[in-house]
Design a protein around this ligand. Structure first.
Ligand SMILES: *[C@@H]1O[C@H](CO)[C@@H](O)[C@H](O)[C@H]1NC(C)=O
Ligand SMILES: *[C@@H]1O[C@H](CO)[C@@H](O)[C@H](O)[C@H]1NC(C)=O
Ligand SMILES: *[C@@H]1O[C@H](CO)[C@@H](O)[C@H](O)[C@H]1NC(C)=O
Length: 419
């Protein structure tokens, strides 16, 4: 009899453990949706032939789910990161980026800077050409422990919304215009931070994210001016289309309340009635395609020229580019508080034209999670920046490290707290 009872207890213990296992399973699993057996292959951007290939692959023949090869990976750990009051997880911040061509390493470095400093949980939306998908997954999966518990990610193919996909493809270069379609593609996402791949966060994404809750009821997006000085700004001198404000806006860092973008009617110079986002893009491009230089950024400028009350402008320290220091410092907010977000446009992370920008990029690229951020990132960076003081941007190197020093001290404390 006693033996029976012992066996029964053993069974119950097993049952409890397998119950726990099943319960935990969803949190630890990788979910891969779809997989229609379509071939993957390198797709050079801007090649009309290849675009037709992409059309076939992205599945005109496979409706209704145009995004059927999305792979979703979930964080392995269920750590307390981003828990709201009462243990309920707060909704994550959403960060979107488009990566094409040779941009894998640059994009990964941007993501590293975002993950390193962020406080709330992050959901990354990486829109990438097919041949880059494996590289992203490998890299992100190689980050482990506490860092990995701070984010989830989705790798999306470059694609268009299924309605009118063929028509879209004829008009838009997929990589250059992907961001314009985010309100239609990320249908279940309320708001996102969109950044170009050549962005580096020098402080937490959370600070930028906080602008969203400060939008006036009319506002649905936020960007920084393209330039501080209309007399030498590009748009005011060269643009052959309308643009926002005195200098235009730069779209490298953009906050979007997608819910509002999906609901709004946009004034325009094509019809007297307001058009919805998805009705607006195509006619706008038709009208201006011969006059635009910077792709989707120009279209955004045209849209917000006609709808200025929909846009919040944030100061240049949130989108600091070589233009802000190349002939002397002209970004007052960065002078005051330091650079919050660095934007190495025109390829300055990869050539020697602006060595100060390159130095910051290299420091973050080389940093390995887990190493002490001060001795492994900040110290070598400060040393490198001292070698750049023959350039105007290098002379302003204090602006580059001011915020970073603060952010890294916080991360350093966080790391020490877990030891
Ligand atoms: C990742 O996704 C899982 C499942 O949806 C969720 O439980 C977890 O909290 C998420 N982690 C982060 C960091 O967002
Ligand atoms: C975006 O706008 C919607 C509709 O006004 C609002 O409910 C939501 O809270 C806003 N999102 C954020 C992050 O502020
Ligand atoms: C395009 O640029 C030309 C030359 O500057 C100008 O005459 C024309 O009106 C522009 N087109 C539009 C749609 O603004």
């Amino acid at each position: 009899m006693r033996r029976y009872i012992r066996a029964l207890i053993l069974c119950m213990v097993f049952a409890v453990f397998s119950g726990l296992y099943v319960y935990n399973k969803p949190f630890y699993s990788d979910v891969s949706v779809g997989g229609n057996g379509a071939k993957r292959g390198p797709v050079p951007p801007r090649d009309p032939g290849a675009r037709r290939g992409a059309a076939a692959r992205n599945g005109d023949q496979n409706p209704p789910h145009w995004d059927n090869r999305i792979a979703v990976r979930q964080a392995g750990q269920m750590e307390a990161a981003g828990r709201g009051v009462g243990g309920r997880p707060e909704p994550p911040m959403h960060l979107a980026v488009v990566a094409c061509g040779e941009r894998l390493e640059e994009t990964v470095t941007m993501i590293k800077s975002a993950v390193l400093f962020s406080i709330k949980r992050l959901h990354l939306h990486i829109f990438a050409e097919d041949q880059l998908h494996a590289g992203f997954m490998e890299t992100l999966e190689s980050w482990t422990g506490f860092v990995r518990s701070k984010f989830n990610y989705t790798v999306h193919p470059i694609s268009f919304p299924s309605d009118n996909a063929a028509e879209w493809k004829k008009l838009f270069k997929p990589c250059a215009s992907q961001r314009l379609f985010l309100p239609l593609i990320l249908k279940d996402v309320d708001s996102i931070v969109y950044v170009d791949s050549d962005i580096l966060f020098l402080q937490s994404v959370d600070h930028l994210w906080a602008f969203l809750s400060r939008f006036k009821p009319s506002q649905l997006a936020a960007m920084a001016p393209e330039h501080e000085e209309p007399r030498i700004a590009w748009y005011s001198r060269f643009a052959r289309h309308p643009f926002y404000g005195p200098t235009g806006v730069n779209s490298g860092v953009m906050l979007m309340n997608l819910t509002r973008m999906r609901r709004a009617f946009f004034r325009n110079d094509m019809t007297p009635v307001g058009l919805r986002w998805e009705e607006l893009l195509m006619p706008l491009l038709q009208k201006y395609k011969l006059n635009i230089t910077w792709g989707d950024q120009d279209l955004l400028n045209i849209i917000f020229h006609h709808n200025p009350e929909l846009l919040m402008e944030f100061p240049c320290k949130w989108n600091y580019r070589p233009d802000h220091c190349i002939y002397g410092s002209n970004c007052a907010s960065a002078e005051e508080d330091g650079v919050y977000i660095l934007h190495g446009n025109r390829g300055v992370y990869h050539d020697n034209k602006q060595p100060a920008f390159r130095a910051v990029y290299q420091a973050i690229r080389k940093y390995a999670f887990g190493a002490d951020p001060v001795s492994a990132l900040l110290d070598p960076l400060e040393e490198d920046l001292l070698k750049t003081t023959h350039t105007y941007c290098g002379k302003s190197h204090g602006l580059f490290t001011k915020t970073l020093t603060r952010s890294l001290a916080l991360v350093s404390g966080e790391a020490a707290g877990r030891r």
